[in-house]
Design a protein around this ligand. Structure first.
Ligand code: SF4
Length: 323
């Protein structure tokens, strides 16, 4: 048995659940209870509910033959990538290698893996087995909050991430969650460091989930998330340097650009779409359909682009320092 995100199952025809949007990546989840105790995650050791969820999304379980059959026709259903996510378990990478071999046997779609990796050797073995990209999730941006929320020091996971990116260029990603108590200056400095090390960053907004230790914590204000998304986009695009950003008490006040430049760079709306591996759109992973959209899973419509940009520019307001 293996779990699929509810949207993936509906897209592949394994369930008749009505979805507001379909994924362009097929998301699979392996394993049950995770050995980690991340306080934002329903899969973690400390959570006591909603074991079938990761992010806001439900993950029903299906038999391998059903999943294999449906994945064979995935391209025709708009799927462009497969993402295998795994909880941390005690089996090393052996069980993952078995799943990867199974997936490679049935589809030539590029395969991403998000899993707890012990060292570079494991990452390299997984790439040799046919994984195209590996995500080592840092999740938490601030080192002290990392210890409280995930347990253990951040520096050893960050060092492994950077060593993997150096040894396996263009193959390594990470996930970062905004809204866990870090400042915008910390978020953008870390993003800048990761980009310079050739790590692909997938940004998430924190979502409080029932049954987790952080169920009562609020999600970040959308204006703050927009500033991080825009800063990340400008850094990734080479349009700005973090040294030209202006912060006040950790909050971003300006990107050091003229308003017309900023509008021209961001008016397409891509900055506000889901980030991460190519073709990864994760519909409604952070948000309820009809609610505030943190990561758009598709291109933004013109009014959405204007609203996102206006929200951003209004929230900067840095007078003579520009935008
Ligand atoms: S960015 Fe998307 S496809 Fe890549 S590992 Fe993360 S969830 Fe999977």
């Amino acid at each position: 048995m293996i779990r699929l995100s509810a949207g993936t199952a509906a897209c592949l025809g394994l369930s008749s659940t009505r979805m507001d949007a379909f994924p362009t990546t097929a998301y699979l989840l392996s394993g049950r209870k995770c050995l980690m105790k991340c306080s934002f995650c329903p899969q973690g050791t400390g959570s006591n509910e909603a074991l079938n969820r990761l992010g806001r999304v439900n993950w029903p379980e299906y038999s391998w033959p059903d999943v294999e059959k449906s994945l064979r026709g995935a391209r025709e259903k708009g799927i462009e990538r497969v993402c295998l996510q795994s909880v941390r378990h005690g089996d090393g990478i052996e069980s993952l290698l078995g799943i990867i071999a199974r997936l490679k046997n049935i589809t030539d779609l590029p395969l991403s893996l998000s899993a707890w990796i012990a060292d570079e050797e494991e990452a390299s073995t997984l790439l040799e087995a046919g994984v195209e990209r590996i995500s080592l999730s840092l999740d938490v941006i601030n080192p002290l909050i990392f210890e409280q929320v995930k347990g253990g020091p951040q520096h050893s996971r960050l060092a492994l991430l950077l060593r993997c990116a150096e040894a396996m260029p263009g193959k390594i990603s990470t996930h970062l969650i905004c809204g866990l108590g870090e400042t915008e200056a910390e978020a953008l400095s870390l993003i800048d460091r990761l980009l310079k090390a050739d790590v692909t960053v997938a940004l998430f907004a924190f979502v409080p989930l029932k049954g987790t230790a952080l169920e009562n914590k609020k999600p970040p204000p959308v204006s703050s998330y927009r500033r991080i998304q825009a800063g990340y986009y400008l850094l990734r695009d080479g349009a700005a340097e973090v040294s030209s950003f202006n912060f006040l008490n950790g909050r971003l006040r300006s990107f050091g650009l003229r308003e017309s430049d900023l509008r021209a760079r961001l008016s397409g709306g891509s900055a506000f779409q889901t980030s991460g591996c190519p073709s990864c759109n994760r519909p409604f992973y952070n948000e309820r359909p009809g609610g505030i959209i943190y990561n758009y899973h598709r291109q933004l419509e013109m009014p959405e682009r204007e609203t996102a940009l206006d929200e951003l520019l209004f929230s900067l307001g840095n007078g003579s320092r520009g935008f």
